[in-house]
Design a protein around this ligand. Sequence first.
Ligand code: 1PR
Length: 528
Amino acid sequence: MIKMLDYGAGNVRSVRNAVRMLGFDIDDVATPEDIVTAEKIIFPGVGNFGVVMERLREKGYVEPLLRRINEDKPLLGICVALQTMFEGSEEAPGVAGLGVVPGMVRKFSGHELSVPQIGWNSIKVAKDSALLAGYENDKLYFVHSYYGEITDENRTWVLSTTDYGCEFISSVQRGNIYAFQFHPEKSGKTGLALLKNFLQNHKSVATAPTVSSSKKTTAIAKRVIACLDVRSNDYGDLVVTKGDQYDVRDRGEVRNLGKPVELARRYYEEGADEITFLNITGFRDFPMKDQPMLEVLERTSENVFVPLTIGGGIQEFTDSEGNHYTSLDVASSYFRSGADKVSIGSDAVYAAEKYLLMGKKSGTSSIEQISNVYGAQAVVISVDPRRIYVDSPTETPHHTINTRFRGPKGQEYCWYQCTVKGGREGRDLDVVELVRSCEAMGAGEILLNCIDKDGTNSGFDLELIHQVREAVTIPVIASSGAGDPLHFVEVFLESDVEAALAAGIFHRREVSIAEVKDAMTEAGVEVR
Ligand code: 1PR
């Protein structure tokens, strides 16, 4: 029997779905003894090293895990699970890991790349292994700020390495004990094939020589993301909609561009590197009662094996019966339903305002709460800025730019005002203040929309993108305005964003994801 070690962190639903899709049964470890007796164990992991180790200790799982590893019974660790096998991590100083693999887990730093590493990278195979049979240099999905360091003492464990600023351990193996830093369950067909190698009796898999002949540095791909803005229409159906500068109504009716689960599936099949759902009226609904959205996630995660982000309505809430829910509760329900990342819009603006007013973190903001438990990489900030033109930078305390596009009265400067409630309300906060505050509070990525550009098909707002890219070190997703594959090429060649997102052109079938990737490849941009 294959068992899942579910200790309550991260998106284990996707791993379960992937295993079932491959035709195997899996159920959860119910007692510590199950860890020792199960035929195969999958030990998934997303989140903070310290929190994961604490949960394993609380549940009495450490000792049986060590026994299983010593007895060489098949085990596959994923992401943070790989990191727990080391002696300790810079993420949680003083917290001991399982100590099976000699060495420490370090934080990516001291180079030009954004941290966390979020995206598709490849692996250099260091030794033959049936587990990697069939792997041919395809890209796999990584999402992490910390990595296992290669040392002389742990070299015999190293199954593969990957480059991201430095060369790090991307998988380990000793006997039947395996662990991946990447997520096979989120790595499309390539990842599923590796997972299958583990699930079937991998000793019987023909051992193709898998050691990489090339020692070439691996490279992370620029991501292409399909975004689905979702809301109920006036007849109560949950639909994918799309606005022009955030106005989603056409002659009074909410535009209906399709069904969320079907569209997500289509984009997965067409090669989207990631899928984002934005529950665009989430700020006024209570998502935990909004079962359709959770159901959309659950159903999507059954057959979409790339990362899923969900946003809308992540905030604290008290229902009509007086029950209080923290934003962490709301986010947890999204993670349990199949989300890998959550995106926070309005509540991030309020948190940033409070942070700037107090001059320090409150410890209670949604960003901090979710990041502390699920890790920074699981917290995306969705920014909805609009241009405010001024004649001179001295007219405003905000961060201005000298813009190529003049304002309505010929103004040469503008600043980007943050908005809440889907652009309905402007705040006295600019994008630079917002993204810097959110990064300080523990956000892991910025989804940078632009109300002026949304739905215009006129290309991304490069001026906004440059301003934000320079303000933070976390990954930035460019969004709003894509109308042509060359707009993706432009944004990747002219800025350092890690990903670009589009909605309208994909929904209306004006441009396919393959056409975007072909144009990127032709221009020399790394793609999956
Ligand atoms: O504030 O935490 O509840 O989150 C609400 C979320 O819903 C925010 O992420 C906000 O961006 C989003 N949202 C709210 N209202 C709208 C609207 O359109 N009326 N959609 C909205 C924002 C922007 C993009 C869009 C790109 C690409 N959508 O995600 O998909 O602009 O479009 P394009 O390629 O067609 O130009 P909270």
